[in-house]
Ligand binder design. Structure first.
Ligand code: PMV
Length: 339
């Protein structure tokens, strides 16, 4: 890909437009959610993606500066490219184009020109390919920032479908849970194809999120589950039903503020994900460590085979559990209180 850093649009004196979006974790129901069972996800505001739109010189077109993200060809972050230099399936290009199509008509002048003259700068503190919704957050931040730049404040129900289109480029056949929880920035009880159900949280949930350090491809894990489901549909449908039942019980436990029950259900969900074949020795070790250190419950989160696990912890015990997870090999830990 051609990176024409020397031709960057020079910044005008106009104010840049900045928008953010949070990370997320799936508390219950990953994988089964692809097969229309319910799942629960919550935003994680301790990490975020930020998009900044800076007006450029007339005629410069759209430039993307992705400071922390890999390039479309997979090379490490820190690259800058013209919109049309990127492949059409580049998620950043797609995010920008979808947002321009949706919101640029409200631009007072210049809407007839082929491209607006802007620099879209994206930064993110969300670990990539670890089940924390980095792709959905980046796309949400870009859509929000471009909407605002053109004088419109995009609402979650406008953002979410656009981000879903970008998620398809990342994952192939996403359930839609990531774009929903990130665009709405609220805990959600999600069933594919149905409207969003916001989840009220009866008592705060203290989560320690620990990264195995193992990068995992959601597309690969979801594809593997699909192959096994095609070969043994009855068995896998049964497992998905069990996971869905756990998610329903978890919804009630979260709403009535019963962390002990939520923790037990996390343990049950992890066992089912192990049976589904999507956990890994690294995830199981961290889950076991969290339980031994007094967590109320623990499970892997997201697609699996790597990425993050979650431990539900009583408020005063978070440092102890986080230290134990680091000692057991976690690459990093994040503490998040929901809501
Ligand atoms: O790893 P993540 O956070 O992208 O989550 C994948 C969740 C799955 O249920 C496995 C797939 C999906 O599209 O819901």
């Amino acid at each position: 890909m051609n990176t024409r850093t020397e031709q960057l649009p020079s910044q005008s004196l106009s104010q840049p437009t900045v928008a953010k979006a949070p990370g997320k974790v799936i508390l219950f129901g990953e994988h089964a959610v692809v097969y229309s069972r319910p799942a629960i996800a919550v935003p994680v505001t301790d990490v975020s993606a930020t998009a900044t739109i800076t007006p450029g010189e007339p005629g410069s077109g759209v430039w993307i500066l992705a400071a922390d993200l890999p390039a479309p060809d997979g090379s490490p972050g820190g690259h800058c490219y013209g919109l049309r230099d990127a492949p059409v399936d580049d998620p950043l290009r797609a995010s920008v184009e979808l947002a321009l199509d949706a919101f640029r008509h409200s631009e007072p002048t210049g809407a007839d020109s082929p491209e607006p003259d802007v620099l879209v700068t994206i930064t993110s503190t969300i670990p990539i390919a670890r089940g924390m919704g980095s792709g959905a957050a980046v796309a949400t931040a870009v859509v929000r920032a471009i909407g605002r730049h053109f004088g419109h404040t995009p609402q979650p129900d406008e953002i979410s479908p656009l981000v879903y289109e970008v998620e398809k480029l990342h994952h192939g056949t996403p359930s839609g849970i990531d774009n929903t929880v990130v665009a709405y920035e609220q805990p959600v009880f999600f069933v594919r194809g149905r409207g969003i159900t916001r989840l009220s949280v009866g008592a705060s949930l203290n989560l320690v999120i620990a990264d195995t350090g193992v990068v995992s491809s959601t597309r690969k894990v979801v594809g593997d589950v699909r192959r096994r489901w095609s070969a043994e549909a009855e068995r896998y449908e049964g497992l998905f039903d069990e996971i869905g039942a756990v998610a329903r019980l978890a919804k009630s436990a979260i709403e009535r503020g019963d962390p002990n029950a939520v923790g037990r259900l996390m343990d049950e969900n992890h066992e089912l994900l192990m049976t589904l074949g999507v956990s890994s020795p690294e995830l199981d070790k961290l889950v076991e460590t969290a339980r031994m250190t007094g967590a109320l419950g623990a499970k892997m989160s997201g697609a699996g085979w790597g990425g993050n696990m979650l431990a539900l912890v009583e408020a005063g015990r978070t440092p102890t559990v986080a230290d134990a997870l680091q000692a057991a090999g976690a690459a990093s830990t994040i503490f998040s209180q929901i809501p």
